[in-house]
Write a protein that binds this ligand. Structure first.
Ligand code: GSH
Length: 279
Protein backbone atom coordinates (compact mmCIF):
# COMPACT_ATOMS: atom_id res chain seq x y z
CA UNK A 1 0.00 0.00 0.00
CA UNK A 2 1.52 3.32 -1.04
CA UNK A 3 0.85 6.36 1.11
CA UNK A 4 1.31 9.60 -0.74
CA UNK A 5 1.07 12.98 0.97
CA UNK A 6 0.47 16.05 -1.15
CA UNK A 7 -0.52 19.36 0.47
CA UNK A 8 -1.85 17.44 3.48
CA UNK A 9 -4.03 15.19 1.34
CA UNK A 10 -3.17 11.55 1.91
CA UNK A 11 -3.83 8.97 -0.76
CA UNK A 12 -3.97 5.29 0.11
CA UNK A 13 -3.37 3.47 -3.11
CA UNK A 14 -2.10 0.02 -3.94
CA UNK A 15 0.93 -0.38 -6.16
CA UNK A 16 0.60 -1.84 -9.65
CA UNK A 17 2.77 -4.80 -8.64
CA UNK A 18 0.42 -5.69 -5.76
CA UNK A 19 -2.75 -4.95 -7.74
CA UNK A 20 -1.69 -7.35 -10.51
CA UNK A 21 -1.75 -10.20 -8.02
CA UNK A 22 -5.35 -9.44 -6.99
CA UNK A 23 -8.65 -10.37 -8.56
CA UNK A 24 -11.84 -8.31 -8.64
CA UNK A 25 -12.03 -4.69 -9.69
CA UNK A 26 -8.94 -2.54 -9.57
CA UNK A 27 -8.74 1.00 -10.92
CA UNK A 28 -5.48 2.71 -11.77
CA UNK A 29 -6.28 6.28 -10.83
CA UNK A 30 -2.97 8.13 -11.00
CA UNK A 31 -0.97 9.53 -8.13
CA UNK A 32 -2.10 13.04 -7.33
CA UNK A 33 -4.56 14.97 -5.24
CA UNK A 34 -5.88 15.99 -8.61
CA UNK A 35 -9.55 15.79 -9.61
CA UNK A 36 -8.72 14.79 -13.18
CA UNK A 37 -11.91 14.61 -15.23
CA UNK A 38 -11.73 11.06 -16.53
CA UNK A 39 -10.78 9.61 -13.17
CA UNK A 40 -13.50 11.50 -11.31
CA UNK A 41 -16.08 10.38 -13.87
CA UNK A 42 -14.97 6.78 -13.47
CA UNK A 43 -15.07 7.07 -9.66
CA UNK A 44 -18.48 8.72 -9.88
CA UNK A 45 -19.92 5.88 -11.95
CA UNK A 46 -18.63 3.34 -9.41
CA UNK A 47 -19.98 5.42 -6.53
CA UNK A 48 -23.48 5.59 -7.98
CA UNK A 49 -23.46 1.87 -8.66
CA UNK A 50 -21.86 1.10 -5.26
CA UNK A 51 -19.12 -0.80 -7.02
CA UNK A 52 -16.15 -1.20 -4.73
CA UNK A 53 -12.63 -1.35 -6.13
CA UNK A 54 -8.99 -1.21 -5.18
CA UNK A 55 -7.48 2.18 -6.11
CA UNK A 56 -4.09 1.78 -7.76
CA UNK A 57 -1.28 4.29 -8.08
CA UNK A 58 0.56 4.67 -11.40
CA UNK A 59 4.02 5.13 -9.92
CA UNK A 60 5.89 7.64 -7.79
CA UNK A 61 4.37 11.02 -7.04
CA UNK A 62 7.31 12.88 -8.53
CA UNK A 63 5.69 13.73 -11.88
CA UNK A 64 8.57 12.05 -13.63
CA UNK A 65 8.47 11.43 -17.35
CA UNK A 66 8.77 7.72 -16.72
CA UNK A 67 5.48 7.70 -14.85
CA UNK A 68 3.67 9.35 -17.69
CA UNK A 69 5.38 7.26 -20.31
CA UNK A 70 6.46 10.48 -21.97
CA UNK A 71 9.96 9.24 -22.57
CA UNK A 72 8.67 6.03 -24.13
CA UNK A 73 10.05 3.97 -21.24
CA UNK A 74 8.54 0.64 -20.38
CA UNK A 75 6.56 1.54 -17.27
CA UNK A 76 4.61 -0.94 -15.15
CA UNK A 77 1.41 0.76 -16.30
CA UNK A 78 2.30 0.30 -19.95
CA UNK A 79 3.22 -3.31 -19.30
CA UNK A 80 -0.10 -4.06 -17.64
CA UNK A 81 -2.45 -1.96 -19.73
CA UNK A 82 -0.66 -1.37 -23.08
CA UNK A 83 -1.04 2.40 -22.76
CA UNK A 84 0.06 5.19 -20.43
CA UNK A 85 -2.95 7.23 -19.23
CA UNK A 86 -5.30 6.87 -16.28
CA UNK A 87 -7.90 5.82 -15.29
CA UNK A 88 -7.81 2.16 -16.22
CA UNK A 89 -10.33 -0.38 -14.90
CA UNK A 90 -9.20 -3.99 -14.60
CA UNK A 91 -11.71 -6.71 -13.79
CA UNK A 92 -10.20 -10.11 -12.89
CA UNK A 93 -7.98 -11.22 -15.74
CA UNK A 94 -9.98 -9.49 -18.47
CA UNK A 95 -8.40 -6.91 -20.76
CA UNK A 96 -7.78 -3.55 -19.08
CA UNK A 97 -10.38 -0.88 -19.94
CA UNK A 98 -8.61 2.43 -20.54
CA UNK A 99 -11.27 4.51 -22.30
CA UNK A 100 -14.38 6.10 -20.81
CA UNK A 101 -16.81 4.17 -23.01
CA UNK A 102 -15.35 0.75 -22.20
CA UNK A 103 -15.33 1.70 -18.53
CA UNK A 104 -19.00 2.61 -18.64
CA UNK A 105 -19.92 -0.70 -20.28
CA UNK A 106 -17.85 -2.67 -17.78
CA UNK A 107 -19.50 -0.86 -14.86
CA UNK A 108 -22.93 -1.54 -16.38
CA UNK A 109 -22.14 -5.22 -16.62
CA UNK A 110 -20.75 -5.52 -13.08
CA UNK A 111 -23.58 -3.50 -11.53
CA UNK A 112 -26.54 -3.27 -13.93
CA UNK A 113 -28.56 -1.10 -11.52
CA UNK A 114 -28.92 1.77 -11.51
CA UNK A 115 -28.39 1.71 -15.26
CA UNK A 116 -26.65 4.82 -16.54
CA UNK A 117 -27.42 4.15 -20.21
CA UNK A 118 -30.87 5.23 -21.42
CA UNK A 119 -33.20 2.40 -22.41
CA UNK A 120 -34.68 4.39 -25.30
CA UNK A 121 -32.59 3.93 -28.46
CA UNK A 122 -32.86 7.54 -29.64
CA UNK A 123 -31.83 8.81 -26.19
CA UNK A 124 -28.95 6.36 -26.22
CA UNK A 125 -27.65 7.68 -29.54
CA UNK A 126 -27.93 11.21 -28.24
CA UNK A 127 -26.32 10.37 -24.90
CA UNK A 128 -23.28 8.66 -26.38
CA UNK A 129 -22.89 11.45 -28.92
CA UNK A 130 -22.86 14.10 -26.21
CA UNK A 131 -20.69 11.99 -23.89
CA UNK A 132 -18.19 11.64 -26.71
CA UNK A 133 -18.18 15.42 -27.14
CA UNK A 134 -17.29 15.71 -23.45
CA UNK A 135 -14.92 12.79 -22.92
CA UNK A 136 -13.73 11.64 -26.35
CA UNK A 137 -10.73 12.58 -28.41
CA UNK A 138 -10.80 16.26 -29.41
CA UNK A 139 -13.82 16.81 -27.18
CA UNK A 140 -14.35 19.25 -24.32
CA UNK A 141 -11.98 17.47 -21.92
CA UNK A 142 -9.33 16.98 -24.55
CA UNK A 143 -9.38 20.59 -25.74
CA UNK A 144 -9.65 21.94 -22.21
CA UNK A 145 -6.57 19.97 -21.27
CA UNK A 146 -4.61 21.61 -24.11
CA UNK A 147 -5.58 25.04 -22.77
CA UNK A 148 -4.57 23.91 -19.29
CA UNK A 149 -1.17 22.77 -20.54
CA UNK A 150 -0.72 26.10 -22.31
CA UNK A 151 -1.58 27.92 -19.06
CA UNK A 152 0.88 25.72 -17.17
CA UNK A 153 3.68 26.52 -19.60
CA UNK A 154 3.07 30.22 -19.91
CA UNK A 155 4.92 31.53 -16.84
CA UNK A 156 7.80 29.05 -17.11
CA UNK A 157 11.34 29.46 -18.32
CA UNK A 158 11.55 27.54 -21.58
CA UNK A 159 14.78 25.89 -20.52
CA UNK A 160 13.31 24.54 -17.27
CA UNK A 161 12.55 20.87 -16.66
CA UNK A 162 8.98 21.77 -15.77
CA UNK A 163 8.45 23.50 -19.11
CA UNK A 164 9.79 20.51 -20.94
CA UNK A 165 7.48 18.23 -18.94
CA UNK A 166 4.41 20.29 -19.91
CA UNK A 167 5.48 20.49 -23.55
CA UNK A 168 5.86 16.74 -23.85
CA UNK A 169 2.65 16.14 -21.92
CA UNK A 170 0.84 18.48 -24.33
CA UNK A 171 2.39 16.84 -27.36
CA UNK A 172 1.05 13.50 -26.19
CA UNK A 173 -2.43 14.96 -26.65
CA UNK A 174 -1.84 16.94 -29.85
CA UNK A 175 -0.71 20.34 -28.59
CA UNK A 176 -0.16 22.80 -31.46
CA UNK A 177 -0.87 26.45 -32.18
CA UNK A 178 -3.78 25.44 -34.41
CA UNK A 179 -5.26 23.18 -31.73
CA UNK A 180 -5.00 25.93 -29.12
CA UNK A 181 -6.81 28.32 -31.43
CA UNK A 182 -9.57 25.83 -32.17
CA UNK A 183 -10.00 24.67 -28.55
CA UNK A 184 -12.16 27.47 -27.07
CA UNK A 185 -14.50 27.46 -30.07
CA UNK A 186 -14.97 23.70 -29.93
CA UNK A 187 -15.49 23.82 -26.17
CA UNK A 188 -18.09 26.57 -26.50
CA UNK A 189 -19.98 24.58 -29.16
CA UNK A 190 -20.12 21.60 -26.85
CA UNK A 191 -21.32 23.71 -23.92
CA UNK A 192 -24.08 25.10 -26.11
CA UNK A 193 -25.14 21.62 -27.20
CA UNK A 194 -25.32 20.44 -23.59
CA UNK A 195 -27.21 23.52 -22.51
CA UNK A 196 -29.76 23.04 -25.30
CA UNK A 197 -30.33 19.43 -24.29
CA UNK A 198 -30.76 20.31 -20.62
CA UNK A 199 -33.01 23.30 -21.37
CA UNK A 200 -35.28 21.12 -23.54
CA UNK A 201 -35.65 18.55 -20.75
CA UNK A 202 -36.20 21.18 -18.09
CA UNK A 203 -38.88 22.84 -20.23
CA UNK A 204 -40.75 19.53 -19.94
CA UNK A 205 -40.33 19.51 -16.18
CA UNK A 206 -37.49 16.98 -16.13
CA UNK A 207 -34.36 17.19 -14.01
CA UNK A 208 -31.72 15.31 -16.01
CA UNK A 209 -30.12 15.39 -19.45
CA UNK A 210 -32.38 12.49 -20.33
CA UNK A 211 -35.75 12.53 -18.66
CA UNK A 212 -36.38 11.67 -15.06
CA UNK A 213 -33.36 9.55 -14.29
CA UNK A 214 -29.65 9.90 -13.90
CA UNK A 215 -27.54 8.89 -16.91
CA UNK A 216 -23.80 8.68 -17.42
CA UNK A 217 -23.97 12.06 -19.18
CA UNK A 218 -25.05 13.77 -15.94
CA UNK A 219 -21.97 12.31 -14.25
CA UNK A 220 -19.65 13.20 -17.12
CA UNK A 221 -20.93 16.76 -17.11
CA UNK A 222 -20.64 17.13 -13.32
CA UNK A 223 -17.06 15.91 -13.36
CA UNK A 224 -15.85 17.54 -16.60
CA UNK A 225 -17.04 21.03 -15.64
CA UNK A 226 -14.18 20.90 -13.12
CA UNK A 227 -11.81 21.43 -16.00
CA UNK A 228 -12.85 25.06 -16.38
CA UNK A 229 -14.63 25.82 -13.08
CA UNK A 230 -13.60 23.62 -10.14
CA UNK A 231 -15.95 22.83 -7.28
CA UNK A 232 -15.37 25.05 -4.22
CA UNK A 233 -12.44 24.07 -1.99
CA UNK A 234 -14.76 22.78 0.76
CA UNK A 235 -16.33 20.32 -1.70
CA UNK A 236 -13.18 19.51 -3.60
CA UNK A 237 -9.94 20.09 -1.73
CA UNK A 238 -7.02 19.66 -4.10
CA UNK A 239 -3.29 20.25 -4.16
CA UNK A 240 -3.00 24.05 -4.42
CA UNK A 241 -0.97 23.71 -7.60
CA UNK A 242 -4.02 22.48 -9.53
CA UNK A 243 -6.79 24.96 -8.73
CA UNK A 244 -5.63 27.87 -10.91
CA UNK A 245 -4.93 25.46 -13.77
CA UNK A 246 -8.48 24.14 -13.54
CA UNK A 247 -9.95 27.63 -13.79
CA UNK A 248 -10.42 28.72 -17.36
CA UNK A 249 -11.01 32.40 -18.07
CA UNK A 250 -11.21 32.30 -21.86
CA UNK A 251 -14.04 34.69 -22.82
CA UNK A 252 -15.43 32.41 -25.54
CA UNK A 253 -15.63 29.48 -23.13
CA UNK A 254 -17.03 31.55 -20.26
CA UNK A 255 -19.73 33.08 -22.47
CA UNK A 256 -21.01 29.62 -23.38
CA UNK A 257 -21.16 28.37 -19.77
CA UNK A 258 -24.76 28.95 -18.70
CA UNK A 259 -25.97 29.25 -15.09
CA UNK A 260 -28.24 26.29 -15.92
CA UNK A 261 -25.24 24.05 -16.63
CA UNK A 262 -23.44 25.15 -13.47
CA UNK A 263 -26.57 24.54 -11.36
CA UNK A 264 -26.90 21.08 -12.89
CA UNK A 265 -23.47 20.09 -11.61
CA UNK A 266 -24.45 21.16 -8.10
CA UNK A 267 -27.67 19.14 -8.35
CA UNK A 268 -25.83 16.02 -9.50
CA UNK A 269 -23.02 16.24 -6.94
CA UNK A 270 -25.33 17.06 -4.06
CA UNK A 271 -27.74 14.24 -4.81
CA UNK A 272 -25.66 11.46 -6.36
CA UNK A 273 -21.90 11.84 -5.98
CA UNK A 274 -19.50 11.77 -3.08
CA UNK A 275 -18.91 15.11 -1.35
CA UNK A 276 -16.41 16.27 -0.46
CA UNK A 277 -14.53 14.67 -3.32
CA UNK A 278 -12.25 12.03 -1.84
CA UNK A 279 -8.94 11.20 -3.38
N1 GSH B 1 -7.87 7.24 -22.01
C1 GSH B 1 -9.01 7.96 -21.54
C2 GSH B 1 -8.64 9.36 -21.25
C3 GSH B 1 -7.82 9.35 -20.03
C4 GSH B 1 -6.84 10.45 -19.99
O1 GSH B 1 -6.66 11.18 -20.95
N2 GSH B 1 -6.18 10.56 -18.84
C5 GSH B 1 -5.24 11.58 -18.61
C6 GSH B 1 -5.79 12.47 -17.54
S1 GSH B 1 -5.18 14.08 -17.82
C7 GSH B 1 -3.94 11.02 -18.10
O2 GSH B 1 -3.88 9.99 -17.53
N3 GSH B 1 -2.89 11.75 -18.31
C8 GSH B 1 -1.61 11.38 -17.82
C9 GSH B 1 -0.77 10.97 -18.96
O3 GSH B 1 -1.13 11.26 -20.10
O4 GSH B 1 0.25 10.36 -18.75
C10 GSH B 1 -10.14 7.93 -22.54
O5 GSH B 1 -9.85 8.05 -23.73
O6 GSH B 1 -11.27 7.79 -22.13
Amino acid sequence: MAEILINDITLHYTSIAAAKEMSGLRIVLGAYADPGMWREACKGICYVKQLSYVPVVTANADRSDAEFGLDGSDTELRHWTAQSSAPVMIWNDERPRSTWIEQLYLAERLAPEPSLIPADAADRVQMFGLANELCGENGFGWMGRLLLVDMGMEPLDQTSAEYSFWRRFGQKYGLSAAALEAAPIRMAEILQLLDRQLAAEQARGRRFFFGDRLSALDIYWATFLGLIEPLPEAQCPMASFFRPLYTNHHPVVRAALSPRLIAHRAFIYENFLELPVVF
